[in-house]
Each structure stands twice: as structure tokens, then as C-alpha cells.
Design a protein around this ligand. Structure first.
Ligand code: ZN
Length: 258
């Protein structure tokens, strides 16, 4: 393991435009249930009740949506970032990071210190709520207080419009701008580091492939196999927090020795 840590630290020191791609594995280390895992959110709720179409047209579906969020506060940004999130934020402070591309909706990269304009959220952000009528956004933490007071389906305080959590629903299109920007950044990075993803959910998982096609190096940190293991220049099987905190410590030593 320590040899692989050295190799990745060396790659980071030699790179200047790093794209970090994160999936559910980094969030589960903050205690957030994996949506698709065996004990995940979709093992307790029926995904059929949570489609975008139902949310738009069915008051009962809206009730279920807000009830699910009230019962699972950890997925809405109430969890705390851990060592891996802080290590990625450190990459930005060191001037090495181009951006984070994430499949997660918990907002923990921003909470750990990454600037919001450097976090591309392919599946939206559950720590934000958006009015579908006037576009106004509210922090989920605020809306949770309304739910706690017994409001079943909150509405926009500005225009009484329909409020929806700002994550992408089943049946809802991926955010075009973020997805295009993520592709552009992936194609122009010099190192792509995948953290906590098995790379099976498309189109998100195309990003590391774009990076490879453009000649970037690929590093993968994940517990268990991933779709791109054979193509990775450095492949570390381990917990993201443990691995990345060691890697960043080595990067800083090398940079201060240089
Ligand atoms: Zn509104």
C-alpha cells in the first residue's frame, strides 16, 4: 500500500490540472447511506414513487418526497465531511485542482472547503431546495425546519410556487450545463483521480474515460473492483479517507522539499 501511496503522491506533484471524480463510496464514509446499496435508500422506499413526473403532478408523491427527506436528514447535507473530503479541498489550496466532478448530492465537498464553482454536481444537490416557479433557492436546513413544524408539502415563501429538492429525480434530465462542463474539464485535465465509485453509472462514468482518451493519467481509489481498473496507472483498494490523507501528507512533504 505505501508504495502505491508514493506513486499517487508523485503523480499529483507532477500534475497541475487535476480532476477528482467522486461517487457514493466517499459519502458512505460520512455515514450517509448509499442510495443503491443493499441497505440504501432505495431498499426502503419504492423508486417508482419518486419520479419527476409524479412529483410534478401528484400531491401524494410530493408528500412522500418530503417525508423521505425528513426521515433521512443525513443525505441532505447534515452529515459532516471526513478526511477524504478535506484532502480534496487541500488539493485546491495547493493549486493542483481543476475541479471536482461528483455523483453525490450531499454538498460535502463545498462544506469541506472546495469553492462551489469548482464542484460540478452531475446529480444535483440535496442540500438545496429550488422553487420550480420563480427559481429562488433555499438551504435544505431551512426547509427541514418547516417540515419539523408539521408542514407536509412546503411551498415557496416568495411566490407560493412548487418547491423541489435540487437533486436530479428519476425521469429528470441530467443537468446539461454541468454535464458538458464536466466533459470539457475531463478532456483537458492531466490527472483524473476516481474516489469511491465503481464507475457503473452512466453517463457520469464516462468522465474518467474522456480523461484517458485525452492522454491524462488515471488513479482509482475504491474499495472493491471498478470498471476501469485495467486502465488505471495507480489503483488503490482502500478507504478513501485513510488513503487520501496519507497521499496529501506525502504530497506536501514533496512540495516543501522541492
Ligand atoms: Zn417561488
Amino acid at each position: 500500500m505505501s508504495e502505491l501511496i508514493e506513486e499517487l503522491a508523485e503523480l499529483i506533484v507532477r500534475s497541475n490540472k487535476i480532476v477528482v471524480f467522486t461517487g457514493a463510496g466517499i459519502s458512505t464514509e460520512s455515514g450517509i447511506p448509499d442510495f443503491r446499496g443493499p441497505d440504501g435508500i432505495w431498499s426502503k422506499y419504492d423508486p417508482e414513487d419518486f419520479t419527476y413526473q409524479k412529483f410534478l403532478h401528484d400531491q401524494e408523491a410530493r408528500k412522500k418526497h418530503w417525508q423521505m427527506l425528513a426521515e433521512n436528514k443525513l443525505i441532505t447535507g447534515m452529515a459532516e465531511p471526513h478526511a477524504a473530503h478535506y484532502a480534496i479541498a487541500e488539493l485546491q489550496r495547493l493549486g493542483k485542482l481543476d475541479c471536482v466532478i461528483t455523483q453525490n448530492v450531499d454538498g460535502l465537498h463545498q462544506k469541506a472547503g472546495n469553492s462551489p464553482d469548482r464542484v460540478l454536481q452531475l446529480h444535483g444537490n440535496l442540500s438545496q431546495v429550488k422553487c420550480l416557479d420563480c427559481g429562488q433557492r433555499y438551504p435544505m436546513i431551512e426547509v427541514q425546519k418547516w417540515l419539523d413544524r408539521g408542514i407536509e408539502v412546503p411551498e415557496c415563501p416568495e411566490c407560493q410556487g412548487l418547491l423541489k429538492s435540487d437533486a436530479i429525480f428519476f425521469g429528470e434530465a441530467m443537468p446539461t450545463e454541468e454535464t458538458m462542463e464536466a466533459e470539457r474539464r475531463s478532456r483537458s485535465c492531466d490527472l483524473c483521480i476516481v474516489v469511491g465509485s465503481t464507475l457503473v453509472v452512466y453517463p457520469a462514468a464516462f468522465m474518467p474515460m474522456y480523461a484517458l482518451q485525452s492522454g491524462a493519467k488515471l488513479a482509482i481509489i475504491n474499495q472493491g473492483p471498478t470498471e476501469l481498473d485495467g486502465a488505471a496507472h495507480v489503483r488503490i483498494d482502500g478507504r478513501a479517507g485513510e488513503v487520501l490523507s496519507q497521499v496529501i501528507a506525502r504530497v506536501k512533504e514533496r512540495l516543501s522539499a522541492a
